[in-house]
Ligand binder design. Structure first.
Ligand SMILES: Cc1ncc(COP(=O)(O)O)c(C=O)c1O
Length: 398
């Protein structure tokens, strides 16, 4: 008996409204079909779910705490709760999806894993589960990101992964993803673990499903702490959209819960140096799905820019393109400077150094007025150790 029912606004073909689908070369058709079949088969399998739940608890350390940030709440005159994905093993939400996907890869008999990474958190998470499960691991990473996220590169190597620096384009996440897809085309027996809610169907649905544990826990934790399961706001940063998808998932069908996505404006939405895809993009196809894309009038991808490697991407997951254009989610564009300021406020008032990506979500507190009675949950997607160099270079620390 089928138990799995996605709570996402998705149809049979993997479309969220007019976004999504699977736009892939012929050579990948079988791969994507096999993946889809395996996902729908195992997502309903009790042994699979049990293994996932056990690893989430005993290996990742879940549930991650929901922490009431008293001093931050006082500053912003509202009630702020931080979902501490930064406390997960490997330091970010990415491990939730890496474990689910690797378990699926094992069930499918795969022995070689491919991944792309921007900030290095998905690369580290994938290298970690490959070490845990005895799988070969190749991670593609833009050369710019290799330089700005050096600690994560060293961690991946120590974990036994091969890290391939990509020198095409502006040497960031888009270029790493292109190379990973190219590898998959040449090695269709490999399993591609995508690190976000991007790519052809079923990836956005599958990644959102593995990340949905975030909002499942938030509901239970809020119930225990404040006596109700739903907050007034859920706030998350959006690169491709996986931490936001996980934080929004169990609230999407509660219209009274307002969803806020923070995208990276870089030096400003109109500066020509931005990664604010929802503000600056238009409908197009990137990495296998129809979504919003930053592109020229003749369809060439515009190189994105953000201080944050994990948000430096010219596309957006199709779920978020749908949530934004349908008005279900509000999208705010946060500049580098605003994110750096928000990171310092959290660090100096709560003793938590956030990832630069998560700092974009925190900056929403400075851009929007909340009511003193509001309950505002911010998904703290990762920790900032990997970003110390960038914080220092930008004089955040004195
Ligand atoms: C800590 C952290 N947060 C957020 C992101 C953005 O990815 P996504 O939008 O898929 O959550 C990344 C990506 O590397 C990350 O490392």
């Amino acid at each position: 008996m089928k138990k799995y029912r996605s709570l996402l606004p998705i149809d049979e073909e993997g479309y969220y409204g007019r976004f999504g689908g699977a736009y892939i070369p012929e050579i990948l058709h079988d791969n994507v079909k096999n993946l889809r079949d395996a996902f729908y088969r195992y997502v309903d399998d009790d042994d699979f779910q049990k293994e996932f739940d056990t690893l989430m608890r005993d290996y990742v350390g879940r549930p991650s705490p929901l922490y009431r940030a008293d001093r931050l709440s006082e500053i912003h005159k509202t009630n702020i709760y931080l979902k501490r994905e930064d406390l997960n093993h490997t330091g970010a939400h990415k491990i939730n999806n890496a474990i689910g996907s690797a378990l699926l890869a094992k069930r499918m008999g795969k022995t070689r894993i491919i991944a792309e990474t921007g900030a290095g958190q998905h690369g580290v998470a994938t290298a970690t589960v490959c070490a845990l499960m005895g799988l070969d691991c190749v991670v593609y990473m833009g050369a710019t990101d290799v330089a700005r996220q050096q600690p994560n590169v060293e961690r991946m190597k120590m974990l036994g992964a091969k890290v391939v620096a990509v020198h095409s384009g502006n040497k960031t996440l888009k270029d790493a993803t292109n190379e990973a897809i190219r590898d998959w085309c040449c090695n269709p027996d490999s399993f591609y673990i995508i690190g976000s809610t991007v790519g052809p169907h079923p990836y956005p649905e599958m990644v959102a499903h593995f990340q949905s544990i975030i909002s499942k826990e938030i509901r239970a934790q809020l119930k225990e702490q404040v006596g109700r399961e739903t907050p007034d706001y859920v706030v998350a940063c959006v690169g491709g959209g996986s931490n936001a998808a996980g934080a929004f998932y169990h609230f999407i069908n509660n219209p009274e819960v307002r969803l806020i996505a923070a995208e990276a404006a870089g030096k400003g939405v109109d500066s020509g140096e931005t990664a604010a895809t929802i503000h600056a993009g238009s409908e197009g196809i990137i990495h296998g799905s129809r979504t919003l894309v930053m592109q020229t009038s003749d369809g060439q991808i515009v190189e994105p820019y953000s201080i944050s490697a994990g948000l430096d991407y010219p596309g957006i997951g199709p779920l978020h393109a749908y949530l934004a254009t349908s008005g279900r989610a509000e999208v705010l564009a946060v500049t580098d400077t605003e994110a750096l300021d928000a990171a310092m406020t959290l660090t100096r008032n709560e003793g938590i150094i956030p990832a630069l990506e998560s700092a974009h979500a925190l900056a929403v507190l400075d851009k929007k007025r909340f009511h003193p009675d509001d309950i505002v949950v911010i998904n703290l997607s990762g920790r900032g150790d990997k970003d110390l160099h960038t914080y220092l270079m930008n004089n955040s620390i004195n």
